[in-house]
Design a protein around this ligand. Structure first.
Ligand code: GAR
Length: 210
């Protein structure tokens, strides 16, 4: 019981399939991640991420942007939910909505985002397709702290994925997703262990205590 209460409380924000949410849930279940997902929020009613949360017995909420007058009101509602759930870390796992400056500044250092490219290359939407079309030999994925720019915050972890000549976008996407499912829980675990230290925009990963 005492152990439960010391676990890092996570909120996961997702707009789509939620395979990365699932990777987090699995890592928690397998004891690889000392955290618990306490809330899943989506801006999309049909996001399968919400269904995954419900199946895992986790509070799942659709926060419909159409019910709010603009970004500020939406972000305020989001903030209320996150504060009520007393979350220690907010994980953007395929959340396809830009968060406003006030929201981000309020949670600075406590929001991380997953991006399907090696930032700072290919920020924004359709990153996998853009990298494929550009003809890069290597792409990958990035977990980074969120700042007020788009996909511009300090980088925590990256994983390189080779682009094979015969790859279709779908094949490349599959391997990038597999890499994401590894690095996202790892980055959260580093945060949970208090091992991420900021040095300007560089993130230092401190050694684990023996
Ligand atoms: C992931 O590939 C993530 O990197 C991407 O959305 C996907 C969500 O997959 N995020 C972005 O493109 C954000 N710019 P999932 O719903 O299966 O976890």
């Amino acid at each position: 019981m005492a152990e439960e209460s010391t676990k890092l409380r996570l909120a996961v924000l997702a707009s789509g399939q939620g395979t990365n949410l699932q990777a987090i849930l699995d890592a928690c279940q397998d004891g690889k991640l000392a955290a618990e997902v306490v809330l899943v929020i989506s801006d999309q009613e049909q996001a399968f991420a919400l269904e995954r949360a419900r199946q895992a017995g986790i509070a799942a909420q659709w926060l419909n942007p159409r019910q709010y007058k603009g970004r500020t009101a939406y972000d305020a509602a989001l903030r209320t939910q996150l504060e009520a759930a007393n979350v220690g870390l907010i994980v953007l796992a395929g959340f396809m909505r830009i968060l406003g400056k006030d929201f981000v500044e309020n949670f600075t250092g406590r929001i991380i985002n997953l991006h399907p490219a090696l930032l700072p290359s290919f920020p924004g939407l359709h990153a996998i397709e853009k990298a494929w079309q550009h003809g890069v030999r290597y792409t990958g994925c990035t977990v980074h702290f969120v700042d007020t720019g788009v996909d511009s915050g300090p980088i925590i972890l990256q994983r390189v994925v080779e682009v094979l000549s015969e790859d279709s976008v779908a094949e490349l996407e599959q391997r990038i997703h597999a890499a994401e499912h590894e690095i996202l829980p790892k980055a959260i675990q580093l945060f949970a262990e208090g091992r991420l230290q900021m040095d300007g925009r560089r993130v230092i990963i401190k050694c684990s205590n023996p």
